[in-house]
Design a protein around this ligand. Structure first.
Ligand code: S3P
Length: 177
């Protein structure tokens, strides 16, 4: 297969980067992390970009970076940012250009992972406890219909690189016949 473009989508803390890297290794394709790519281009952390340029500009950088990676590479796994599919018709773009995989997670699990991971997430503004739970729950309910447009939806029990690899492979086989 010449083209193999896999987009991992899902809320902050759903494991897009953690599972994306080993998945790319299993598939023997390149791995990209959209946030890291934007940070490199703009030479600043995501938190700094939000603080200095605002969210609207960030979404523009995000939109452009998504297209740049997609058009410049044929075979990759890309871990998108939690908001990526929800802006600038990005979900339509993603689905037109490759296979989207949604890592679906329960609110409790997302909160646990968010608290365990270190990068400051501008949209969460150091929230914790009940405040974090309510915020995640509300934002997820808005984003869910967009995430659910993914070609493959994986529930928590399937969140490990080997299973994602196998489900992806079987899905690709199915669409070939
Ligand atoms: C965002 C998620 C972040 C990052 C930015 C905005 C979002 O990525 O792109 O802080 O809107 O959900 P992660 O999902 O990798 O944390």
């Amino acid at each position: 297969m010449n083209e193999q473009k896999i987009f991992l989508i899902g809320f902050m803390g759903s494991g897009k980067t953690a599972y994306g890297k080993p998945l790319a290794e299993l598939l023997n394709v390149d791995f990209f992390d959209l946030d890291s790519y934007i940070e490199k281009i703009h030479n600043r952390s995501i938190a700094k970009i939000f603080a200095e340029d605002g969210e609207e500009k960030f979404r523009e950088y995000e939109r452009n970076a998504l297209r740049e990676i997609t058009f410049s590479n044929n075979r990759f796994v890309l871990a998108t940012g939690g908001g990526t599919p929800c802006f600038s018709n990005n979900i339509e773009f993603i689905n037109a250009n490759g296979t989207s995989i949604y890592l679906q997670c329960a609110v409790e699990e997302l909160c646990e992972n968010i608290l365990l991971s270190n990068p400051a997430r501008p949209l969460l503004q150091n929230k914790c406890g009940n405040e974090l739970y309510e915020h995640v729950k509300q934002l997820l309910s808005i984003r869910k219909p967009i995430y659910e447009q993914a070609k493959i939806i994986l529930t928590g029990k399937n969140h490990n690189p080997q299973t994602i690899f196998e489900i992806y492979k079987s899905q690709v086989e199915l669409t070939r016949h």
